[in-house]
Write a protein that binds this ligand. Structure first.
Ligand code: ADP
Ligand code: MG
Length: 423
């Protein structure tokens, strides 16, 4: 997959209708009040929107929100499977579940941020949307309803995709969080319209793509998080590219157990021990430096008020579980990133959500904040950790896509990127 894609700056959008795929999947208050609890994703979309308006485009924005069930039959079927009271699985309840996922609150917030009225469509490609899109003037913004209200969205159904594309002249994709999905609005429409990236996707391609394709060396990859099984793809791909790989987090214990260590009640995936040994061998064969923890901070239970004990790696007593990397490991890892050219970090070093076990993650974040290296953070929890610990503005790039950034680091083809025109 080429990471070098045309952007909004490479097309003339003056007087054109631009279908702009945003990631407006914002968290909403659980009480159905329509209050947006974090508008970060809406604010992140502003530079591309403002640029398009300045260039004289009419913007037709679209996004999904949550996981609505677009068919009543399936709503009933899934509800029944989940053991819900059949009396509550009415058509009215279904309609309310959809109404709760309207993008109308996003239109309001977007309007406030831009200081202008946003025209909200009642549907995605229905009569209302079509009429409003047809009447849309340069400098105006139309927001379509939640794309997942349509069955055709996730199926990338040609009828729906064509209807969506028919409203516009150009497609701009700026929803990095959804580029790993091959849906109508994230990839399908590019079959019918010239397709380019917005500024958000461009930045992700520049930084993550740049680090994967042509990194400033040495490239150090720090991999943590909970499970080996969820990170195999990332480890595999980065073993091919990185000069040093650092392993932390819960997955380190499967490596430790595979090497004969005692890991107590630590997170452990027996089926992945052999794989762990293979990775150690592969790294050695390739001359990639692979660093594993040399000590561990344990807890006597999985909780914020656990008693703690620091031990040498592989010597965790019964009844204790590894919750963070220890101080010697911190020193080792922080030294390893000091002279890096690029650092890619995915996965916290410990259970950072509990302050007693956040020290390892925080020390690594601090070390990254002090290097001259290009520092790239991928993964939803890793981004949250860096934010929570107060180091967000010290990193070169924090990816806006959780699942998408993982698949990117796995070297997978991203449908929402590969569908864009090559530069
Ligand atoms: P990301 O979303 O950045 O890809 P993951 O989802 O893989 O990261 O992992 C994040 C989670 O891993 C965090 O919630 C953290 O608490 C957990 N974690 C880290 N270290 C451990 C550990 N030693 N034991 C259990 N869970 C851990
Ligand atoms: Mg996660």
């Amino acid at each position: 997959m080429s990471y070098n894609k045309k952007t909004v700056k490479d097309v003339d959008v003056k007087g054109k209708k631009v279908l702009l795929r945003c990631d407006f999947n914002v968290p909403m208050a659980k009480d159905g009040s329509g209050v947006i609890t974090d508008d970060k994703r809406i604010r992140a979309a502003l530079p591309t929107i403002q640029y398009l308006l300045e260039q004289g485009a009419a913007v037709i924005a679209c996004s999904h929100m949550g996981k609505p069930e677009p068919s009543f039959e399936k709503f009933v079927k899934k509800g029944t499977e989940k053991g819900k009271d059949p009396a509550k699985l009415t058509e009215e309840a279904w309609k309310k579940s959809l109404a709760d996922l309207t993008l109308a609150p996003v239109a309001n917030r977007l309007g406030e941020l831009l200081g202008m009225d946003i025209i909200m469509a009642k549907d995605v490609v229905g009569e209302d949307a079509q009429a409003k899109a047809a009447a849309l003037q340069p400098g105006q913004i139309l927001l379509l309803e939640n794309t997942r209200f349509e069955k055709g969205e996730k199926k990338n159904d040609p009828e729906f995709t064509k209807a969506l594309a028919s409203m516009a002249d150009v497609y701009v994709s700026d929803a990095f969080g959804a580029v790993h999905r091959c849906h109508a609005s994230t990839a399908g429409v590019a079959d019918y319209l010239p397709a380019v990236s917005g500024f958000l996707i461009q930045k992700e391609l520049d930084f993550i793509g740049g680090a994967l394709a042509n990194p400033k060396r040495p490239l150090v990859a720090i991999l943590g998080g909970s499970k080996v099984s969820s990170k195999i793809g990332v480890i595999n791909n980065l073993l091919e590219i990185a000069d040093t790989i650092i392993i932390g987090g819960g997955m380190a214990y499967t490596f430790s157990a595979a090497q004969g260590g005692k890991i107590g009640n630590s997170l452990f995936e027996a089926d992945w021990q052999e794989y762990a040994l293979e990775m150690i061998k592969k790294a050695a064969d390739k001359g990639v430096k692979l660093l594993l923890p040399v000590d561990t901070v344990c807890g006597d239970k999985f909780g914020p008020d656990a008693n703690t004990l620091t031990v040498t790696a592989g010597q965790i007593p019964d009844g204790w579980e590894g919750m963070d990397i220890g101080p010697k490991t911190v020193e080792l890892y922080c030294n390893a990133v000091k002279d890096a050219g690029t650092v890619i970090w995915n996965g916290p070093m410990g259970v950072f959500e509990f302050p007693a076990f956040a020290a390892g993650t925080e020390a690594v974040a601090e070390a990254l904040s002090k290097t001259e290296a290009i520092t790239i953070i991928g993964g939803g929890d890793s981004a949250a950790a860096v934010q929570q610990l107060g180091y967000a503005d010290k990193m070169t790039h924090i990816s806006t896509g959780g699942g998408a950034s993982l698949e990117f680091m796995e070297g997978k083809d991203l449908p929402g990127v590969s569908c864009l025109l090559d530069a």
